[in-house]
Every structure is written in structure tokens, then in C-alpha cells.
Design a protein around this ligand. Structure first.
Ligand code: 0O2
Length: 267
């Protein structure tokens, strides 16, 4: 097979990864801008290298001309969550989307791998519009917590270094670290409500402040300048008091003022 052909084959996978990363990042942004908690903390993606595809074909005894069908993780998306329960929410979000169809799922959180690996895997079908027309491809989505990701990243590097010959003492330490990760995830889940309250307040404040400042800026174009400066001074006063409810009330009052200017301009 020519190298050029490989590049051509992998192009739609690159496109799928780029599109899906944008779509999942948009979900994070939409939640946060609306002052809501996002079950997705981070997203990244990659297309398997040609060398890794060949290695996997060898390992799984897949004919090189059948890799697109048989190797399910040529396109890979990794979704990182803060808490274990977010993982299942993200899986549900994926199930409910119309732009991807779930082929299979593996819950390595309920069924931890012998290595100690924990993660939730989904294989989905996703259609991209390639230069040659629509193409349905398989994408592996790995969903895990920050703590699970930390462990998997370290263990993956060691696996790469030692292949199948990892020293028993190191393997044992990794198992102990995997157990500690389970405890860490449980500890974090027990303070989840506290953490979420803090993050929700932070996101809500950011969104209220941004809306207020946009409104003030818009008013500056149409209203009496001194009046707008007075409104801005009032904003700084309310902001310095640090009460989110007061800030939200100020934002609502400002909306009424902005609306009256809009109504006047339509007359
Ligand atoms: P890479 O470099 O991340 O792409 P197999 O791949 O044979 O183990 P299968 O059935 O193809 O098994 O898929 P499985 O078990 O769901 O694993 C697919 C991917 O999950 C792996 O891809 C890893 O990314 C990750 N994974 C699975 N088991 C482990 C583990 O024990 N430790 C770590 N760190 N990651 C794991 P690749 O192609 O192996 O690697």
C-alpha cells in the first residue's frame, strides 16, 4: 500500500476527530456560559499513527486491507470528567445525540481490567462529509475522570517502555496506585456538591458580569453618556460588595433600562 493512500484513508478520521472535539468543547462552553456545571471537563482527540495501526493489525491478526472495519479506535476522542457519575451522564448525552450512533460500550469502571485500568469506552459510528462524499467511520470515545486519566497515562508509558515484561514490583505498585485512585474518586464524590456549588457560583458570576458589561457597552452607544457612567459606577459598587444575588438583580434592572431604550429607538 502506497504511503499516499494511507494519508488519503486517514483524512476522514482526522476530520471526524476535529469535528467531534469542536462539538464536545461547544457543550462545555454552552453549559458554562449558561452558568451551569459541565459534566465534561476537557476533551481531546487523536488519529492513530500508521505505525500503531500496523502494530494493532499484527496483534489482533487483522489483514492490512481490513483495518478500517476491524480496528475500531483509528479515530479516538478522550473525554475527561471531574466525577465518576459525570461519566455516565456523558455516556447518556452521547446516546441521545443524533449525529452519532452507538455501536458498543465497555464499562471498565464496573469491570476493572486486570491491569487496574478504569475508563468507560464507547464505539460510535459518525459520518463525515469527505472530499469523496459522506463516509461513516468508527470512533472510540474514552470517558474517564481526571484521576483515572492520570493513572492511565502513566501506566500507558510504562507499558510502552516494558512491553509485556513489566517488572512484578512495578506492576504491584501500579495496582496499589490504581486502588488509591478509586479511593480518591470516592473522596471527591463525597464533596461533589460543595465543589459543584463553588464552580456554579464562579460560572454564574462570570456569565452575569459579562452580560452586564455588554449591556453597559451597548447603552453607551445610544444613551446619555453621563447616565451610562453613573450606571457603570453603580455596577462597580455592587460588584465590590461581592453578593451574587445583588449582581443578578442589578443585571435584571439594567435589562429593563436597555429594553426601554430599544423601545424608544423603534418609535
Ligand atoms: P493507544 O495507544 O491508547 O491507542 P486491546 O486494544 O487489545 O487491549 P480492545 O478490545 O481493542 O483491546 O480495546 P480496549 O480494551 O477497549 O482498549 C482500547 C484502548 O483502551 C487502548 O488502546 C488504550 O488506549 C486503552 N486501554 C485499554 N486497556 C488499557 C490498560 O490496561 N492501560 C492503559 N493505560 N490503557 C488501556 P491501544 O490501542 O491499546 O492504545
Amino acid at each position: 500500500m502506497e504511503i499516499q493512500l494511507w494519508r488519503e484513508i486517514l483524512e476522514p478520521y482526522e476530520l471526524a476527530v476535529d469535528e467531534l472535539v469542536v462539538k464536545f468543547r461547544h457543550l462545555i462552553k454552552a453549559n458554562r456560559q449558561g452558568g451551569k456545571y459541565s459534566p465534561i471537563e476537557q476533551v481531546n482527540g487523536r488519529v492513530k499513527t500508521i505505525s500503531s495501526i500496523l502494530e494493532k493489525c499484527q496483534k489482533k491478526d487483522v489483514a492490512y486491507d481490513q483495518f478500517e472495519e476491524k480496528i475500531e479506535d483509528i479515530a479516538g476522542i478522550r473525554i475527561i470528567c471531574q466525577f465518576v457519575e459525570d461519566i455516565y451522564k456523558v455516556a447518556e448525552i452521547i446516546h441521545n445525540r443524533t449525529d452519532m450512533k452507538v455501536k458498543s460500550e465497555k464499562d471498565y469502571i464496573s469491570n476493572v481490567k486486570d491491569s487496574g485500568y478504569r475508563s468507560y469506552h464507547m464505539i460510535v459510528y459518525y459520518t463525515v462529509e469527505s472530499v469523496k462524499g459522506p463516509k461513516e467511520i468508527q470512533v472510540e470515545i474514552q470517558i474517564r475522570t481526571l484521576a483515572m486519566d492520570f493513572w492511565a497515562t502513566i501506566e500507558h508509558s510504562l507499558q510502552y517502555k516494558y512491553k509485556k515484561n513489566m517488572p512484578a514490583v512495578l506492576r504491584d505498585r501500579l495496582h496499589k496506585a490504581a486502588d488509591a485512585i478509586v479511593v480518591l474518586d470516592e473522596e471527591m464524590a463525597s464533596v461533589r456538591d460543595e465543589i459543584m456549588d463553588a464552580q456554579n457560583s464562579f460560572n454564574l458570576k462570570a456569565s452575569v458580569v459579562s452580560e452586564i458589561l455588554t449591556t453597559i457597552q451597548n447603552l453607551y452607544k445610544v444613551a446619555n453618556k453621563r447616565e451610562v457612567v453613573r450606571i457603570q459606577d453603580e455596577f462597580f459598587r455592587v460588584y465590590n460588595e461581592g453578593d451574587l444575588n445583588e449582581l443578578a438583580r442589578f443585571g435584571k434592572e439594567l435589562d429593563v433600562i436597555a429594553e426601554s431604550y430599544r423601545a424608544q429607538s423603534l418609535r
